[in-house]
Design a protein around this ligand. Structure first.
Ligand SMILES: Nc1ncnc2c1ncn2[C@@H]1O[C@H](COP(=O)(O)OP(=O)(O)O)[C@@H](O)[C@H]1O
Ligand SMILES: C=C(OP(=O)(O)O)C(=O)O
Length: 328
């Protein structure tokens, strides 16, 4: 089988020798999640990657992941949320005082007042119960705790209202990179085809543009969204937070039924080889799911934590390449 392997870069894969080894193991593109990078950090990555891509791997693409309308926490010192503890989510880019979570998005607070009472953080690894919701502050109790770090995703149960647009951060990234032919973009949290068509206008006409399917409406409207995109990623991390595990599995199964007839290639994302973040081997279940996805017609795999923060970035790529034609 022939398919793309998109390897996310992060602290575990910041060195050119790791890029070289991941490329040799089968990575066809790299992904940089710009939500985790300040402008100067992004410049640092792009400087190194430009030299690598243009001198060593002229076919390599770097996909810049844009936040789109996805809600993410701002900046704060990491801490651990204990079950039963009360926590404040306050409007702002950062929080200096301990135990407070900054949320930079005004539309989050409007939606929180109407949600079903659940706030999920970091793809629902952490769950909060809303106690009160005001214009600039949500008070919540921790139901499922754990360590929370900056810039992690926020999901509200039962809330569909949000402002669909590229924020200032995203627009600055596009302006900074629009002249780079080896760069493409993946837009998070696209709602529908109309939104994707609006985004298309912002980029250079030849720019590679991927729509990340992370909401029910996007999975249901995938064929229409594909009309304004060069590729689709089925993002099971956010879908799991949006729809719950059962809803995510149903949506992924339905999407797989039509993946072969989509007008653009689709890639599978979200915990593809999660086990390999900490272990040198995948689970049987992960490998079986990858094989089934490729047999169904997926044309790519996106590795996230596995290559960005995992202990085995190169081995993860090699494992993802198991079903490549040349590996047979
Ligand atoms: N430049 C970076 N610096 C630090 N951590 C990063 C960076 N890029 C990605 N990560 C981390 O790598 C992991 C995978 O990244 P990603 O798939 O973008 O995750 P998420 O969307 O959940 O934040 C996450 O744990 C994220 O926090
Ligand atoms: C790959 C995904 O997107 P993100 O990294 O933005 O959470 C996902 O949700 O599965």
């Amino acid at each position: 089988m022939n398919y793309e392997i998109i390897a996310s870069l992060g602290p575990a894969s910041a060195a050119p020798e790791t890029w070289r080894a991941m490329t040799a193991a089968g990575a066809s593109s790299f992904r940089l999640n710009t939500s985790h990078l300040e402008a100067a950090q992004l410049d640092g990555w792009l400087g190194g990657l430009e030299a690598f891509c243009t001198r060593e791997q002229p076919h390599m693409r770097v996909i810049l992941d844009l936040q789109g309308s996805k809600w993410r926490l701002g900046a704060f010192t990491p801490f651990t949320l204990q079950p039963g503890q009360e926590v404040m989510l306050s409007r702002g880019d950062e929080c200096a005082e301990g135990g407070c979570l900054p949320v930079p998005h005004a539309d989050f607070f409007a939606a929180a007042a109407q949600c079903d009472g659940r706030v999920a953080l970091n793809d629902a690894r952490i769950v909060l119960e809303v106690l009160s919701a005001e214009a600039e502050c949500v008070r919540a109790r921790v139901l499922v705790g754990g360590e929370i770090v900056p810039r992690k995703g926020i999901t509200l149960g039962g809330a569909s209202q949000r402002v669909e647009q590229l924020g200032d951060r995203d627009r600055a990234v596009v302006e900074r990179t629009r002249h780079l032919p080896w760069v493409g973009y993946a837009v998070s949290y696209v709602k529908d085809a109309a939104e994707m068509r609006r985004y298309r206008q912002i980029f250079e006409p030849q720019a590679q543009l991927i729509a990340k399917l992370e909401r029910r409406s996007a999975v249901e409207g995938a064929t229409e969204i594909a009309g304004a995109a060069d590729g689709l990623w089925l993002c099971r991390g956010d879908l799991g937070a949006e729809l719950g595990l059962r809803g995510m599995a149903e949506a992924a199964w339905e999407f797989a039924q039509e993946v072969r007839i989509l007008p653009v290639p689709a890639a599978l994302a979200g915990q593809v080889l999660e086990h390999m973040t900490a272990h040198a081997e995948p689970t049987r279940s992960e490998i079986t799911t990858i094989y089934a996805a490729l047999a169904q017609g997926y044309r790519g795999l996106v590795l996230s934590d596995e290559t960005a923060v995992g202990a085995h970035p190169v081995e993860s790529v090699r494992t993802a390449a198991l079903f490549r034609r040349e590996a047979e």
